[in-house]
Design a binder for this molecule. Structure first.
Ligand code: IMP
Ligand code: MG
Length: 186
C-alpha cells in the first residue's frame, strides 16, 4: 500500500486508481441510462471536481449529448442559516430550461450544494441533480444536498488526491489517500 507524508500528517492509499475507475464507471452508467433522451449540462465545481469530471464525462455512453461548464464558489458559514455564496468564477452558461448535473469532488456538510442547487433553480433550470466522487453521509446538514450519484461513501475522515486538496496541494495524486493521524480538518 502506498503512503504519503504532507505537513506532518501521514496519509495511506484508500482507493486505488482501479477502485476509482470502477466507481466512475458505475456513476457514468447510471447517468447514461437516466439522460438518454436529454442533453445534460454538467456544472463542474472548481477546483476539486475537475479530475473526477474529466473521467466521468469520458465514461458516458458515446450517444449522450452533453455540455460542460464551470463554476467556482466559496461558502461562508455566517450567522444567518442561509449562508452566503461568493462566486469566484461565476456561471458562464445559460441554465434556463437545462437539465443540470452539478459535479463535485466531495460533499461534507452539503452547504455548497444546498446553495448551488437553489442558485440553479433560481436561474430556471429544468432539473438539478448532483454527482459526487465522495459523500460523507454522517456530516450532511442540508437534506436537499443528498447527492443523486455517488462514487463512494466515506465516514468522517480527511482525504486527499484525485482532485481533493490539502491546503491547495495534492490534487494531482492518482489515488485517494486517508489521513492516519488526527485529521487536519477537525
Ligand atoms: P461542504 O459545502 O461542507 O459540503 O464542503 C464541501 C467541500 O469541502 C469540498 O468541495 C471540499 O473542497 C471540502 N472538503 C470536505 N471534506 C474534504 C476532505 O476530506 N478532503 C478535502 N477537501 C474536503
Ligand atoms: Mg471543493
Amino acid at each position: 500500500m502506498r503512503s504519503i507524508d504532507e505537513q506532518g500528517y501521514h496519509f495511506e492509499e484508500w482507493l486505488t486508481p482501479q477502485d476509482i475507475a470502477k466507481d466512475v464507471e458505475q456513476v457514468a452508467k447510471r447517468i447514461s441510462a437516466d439522460y438518454k433522451t436529454k442533453e445534460p449540462l454538467f456544472v463542474i465545481v472548481l477546483n476539486g471536481a475537475f479530475v473526477f469530471a474529466a473521467d466521468l464525462i469520458r465514461s458516458l455512453d458515446a450517444d449522450i449529448r452533453c455540455e460542460e461548464t464551470f463554476i467556482r464558489v466559496s461558502s461562508y458559514y455566517g450567522m444567518a442559516s442561509t449562508g452566503r455564496l461568493e462566486f469566484i468564477v461565476p456561471l458562464q452558461q445559460v441554465v434556463e430550461n437545462r437539465d443540470v448535473i452539478i459535479v463535485e469532488d466531495i460533499i461534507d456538510s452539503g452547504l455548497t450544494i444546498h446553495q448551488l442547487k437553489a442558485h440553479m433553480r433560481g436561474l430556471g433550470a429544468a432539473s438539478v441533480r448532483v454527482a459526487t466522487m465522495l459523500f460523507k453521509p454522517n456530516k450532511l446538514e442540508y437534506d436537499d444536498a443528498k447527492p443523486d450519484y455517488v462514487g463512494h461513501e466515506i465516514s468522517d475522515e480527511f482525504v486527499i488526491g484525485y482532485g481533493l486538496d490539502f491546503d491547495g496541494f495534492m490534487r494531482n495524486l492518482d489515488a485517494i489517500y486517508k489521513v492516519k493521524e488526527n485529521s487536519p480538518s477537525e
